[in-house]
Design a protein around this ligand. Structure first.
Ligand SMILES: Cc1cc2nc3c(=O)[nH]c(=O)nc-3n(C[C@H](O)[C@H](O)[C@H](O)COP(=O)(O)O)c2cc1C
Length: 169
């Protein structure tokens, strides 16, 4: 598959079947995340796989949507800001940038494996912290549901034209 084909194949899946995701596919997706680039190669991330019924329920409380609750598994991407690179000139942490690259590797790898995924950042952080006692250094950036899908994209995922977004100087 050409890269552009894969890029277009990925979309925000919001309708999952209860089918189990094969362990080999999950391992492949996580390997793709592991090889993501990061600033100064600090790799400030942790990937938490959520599969158990109890933890899936706790996760759904942070983002109460039926389609989200139906996903068979989730990957929570956390970063440790004390590990991430900070630019000297303005101390900007690059943790979120590093995480975003790894997250998109996950989503693209899932698409390649015939699985759906969706970035979810709009979860309730307070409920998350109450439900999961992660180490205080671990900041959850996104929760990615992963699973087989039973509905194709609805075609609402439009993009701006290149003429609107590309400038040549
Ligand atoms: C940083 C980020 C945060 C997002 N958070 C959510 C979210 O909380 N819930 C959700 O349903 N979609 C979320 N999305 C998905 C976007 O709505 C989606 O990527 C966008 O509408 C383009 O559609 P597409 O992914 O189908 O191409 C998020 C996407 C990104 C990149």
């Amino acid at each position: 598959m050409k890269f552009l084909e894969l890029v277009k194949k990925r979309y925000s899946a919001r309708s999952y079947t209860f089918d189990t995701v094969e362990q080999e596919k999950l391992d492949y997706i996580l390997e793709c995340a592991r090889f993501a680039p990061s600033a100064v190669n600090y790799q400030p991330w942790k990937f938490i796989v959520v599969k158990s019924e109890e933890n899936r329920r706790k996760l759904s409380e942070c983002y109460p949507r039926q389609w989200f609750a139906n996903a068979p598994l989730y990957i929570i991407i956390c970063v440790d800001n004390s590990v991430a690179w900070e630019r000297q000139s303005d101390s900007k942490s690059h943790a979120d940038i590093d995480a975003a690259i790894a997250i998109e590797h996950i989503c693209l790898a899932a698409a390649e494996q015939g699985l759906g995924s969706c970035w979810v950042c709009n979860f309730d952080l307070d409920i998350f912290n109450l439900n999961f006692s992660l180490s205080p250094s671990q900041y959850p950036v996104a929760i990615i549901p992963v699973g087989y899908v039973n509905k194709l994209p609805d075609g609402t995922s439009k993009r701006k034209e290149l003429s609107e977004i590309v400038l040549t100087m």
